[in-house]
Design a protein around this ligand. Structure first.
Ligand code: TXA
Ligand code: MG
Length: 349
């Protein structure tokens, strides 16, 4: 059991003394949850294998799921990667700091526990001011997965981190809500054609505009559980983002989706279930226990997705019926998370 301190920091007016104290904790091998523009991360000194091991324990994360290393300047990249290809330089210049993670061949200083034994390392430079200043002040690269218990929706608020990790980490920085709400895009640059391993805050369209062809790993667009994935990004094979409730995704044209959901609500109510509906159309009304409108723009939907899934759990619904969105722009990341949360329980109408 850890004694966890919760430290409030104002991103608009950063108290550098507070940051220095937390940076010192990181240098001492302690665990610190901190905000990024995507979701909160659970950080430890990436060059200290003992510290990184503690991340796996705190999150109950399977040891074969590698962790992203966060940097505050490009020099750190040259230390962590054996080779920085030209496309990486172009992408760093265009999208960093920001929600893009690049997978590169790793150098010898990266401990095996960080990469789960792979010969590659995933690196990103977050744009959240508090994250950047914290990494800079700690003077080491910071290994950080999302700051949730393994399998739970990623945390977009410090309260979510507290729910999952209070008593399991040394400190939690609270800056309020994160901005993007889904995690970074993970792009593998070690294959001849860059491969998208996880869609996220940087869209496929933006990437292709800058570097040309990008291959989609089959798991990115998976419509069903893929038991036989070669573990290119081992994290991909685990059930993820799942609230306790059963989640069903309903995909199709607005009217058809509405009709189907009305029918499903009816059916579940008849057998005494508490039903939540997550809608992306303001005009859709349902006679159900709880209805959450999470936004009409993809930006809003992405931002509110994980938060809403966590809220449904707190409200103890048995079933969540979620309306799908188009797989364009941020929609690719949204549908990837939603389908996983549903354990690929998808109804197409
Ligand atoms: O936005 C984000 O990326 C957040 C914030 C905290 O930065 N972090 C995050 O970390 O989402 P995590 O651990 O929840 O997800 C990292 C993903 C996993 O799917 C993992 O398998 C993949 O990145 N990954 C990490 N290192 C890898 C590597 N060397 N090769 C391939 N995939 C890797
Ligand atoms: Mg995660």
């Amino acid at each position: 059991m850890y004694k966890t301190s919760v430290i409030k920091i104002n991103e608009k007016n950063i108290d550098i003394e507070k940051i220095r104290k937390v940076a010192k904790l990181l240098r001492e091998g302690k665990l610190v949850a901190f905000p990024t523009e995507t979701v909160y991360g659970l950080g430890a000194n990436a060059l200290d294998p003992k510290a990184v091991e503690k991340i796996f324990k705190a999150k109950k994360r399977p040891a074969d799921n590698p962790i992203i290393v966060h940097v505050s300047d490009e020099d750190m990249v040259y230390k962590l990667a054996k080779k920085v290809p030209k496309k990486a330089l172009v992408l760093m210049k265009k999208f960093w700091p920001g929600p893009l993670t690049l997978v590169l061949k790793k150098s010898d200083i990266v401990p095996d526990v960080v990469t789960a034994g792979l010969d590659t390392v995933a690196i990103r430079m977050p744009s959240h001011k508090v994250a950047l200043v914290l990494i800079r002040e700690s003077k080491v690269p910071i290994a950080a997965p999302s700051a949730n218990l393994a399998g739970r929706p990623s945390p977009t608020r410090a309260e979510d981190v507290i729910d999952d990790l209070y008593g399991r980490v040394d400190a939690i920085i609270d800056t309020g809500e994160t901005y993007i709400g889904v995690e970074s895009t993970v792009l593998d640059l070690t294959s001849r054609i860059p491969t998208l391993l996880r869609p996220g805050g940087t869209t496929l369209e933006e990437l292709e505009y800058v570097i040309g062809e990008v291959r989609l790993h089959s798991i990115v667009i998976a419509q069903k559980e893929m038991k036989s994935i070669i573990a290119k990004s081992p994290g991909m094979k685990y059930r993820h983002y799942a609230p306790e409730a059963e989640v069903i995704v309903i995909e199709g044209k607005s009217d058809e989706v509405k009709k189907k959901i009305i029918e499903l609500v009816d059916g579940y109510k008849k057998i005494g279930k508490k039903v939540g509906v997550m809608t992306v159309y303001k005009s859709h009304e349902y006679k159900t226990d709880i209805i959450k409108f999470i936004g009409e723009s993809l930006k809003d939907v992405a931002k509110n997705l994980f938060t809403s899934l966590r809220e449904f759990d707190k409200e103890k619904v048995d079933v969540v019926l979620a309306e799908g969105v188009e797989e364009k722009g941020l929609g690719l990341a949204v549908m990837n998370r939603l389908r996983k949360a549903a354990g690929y329980n998808i109804i197409k109408v």
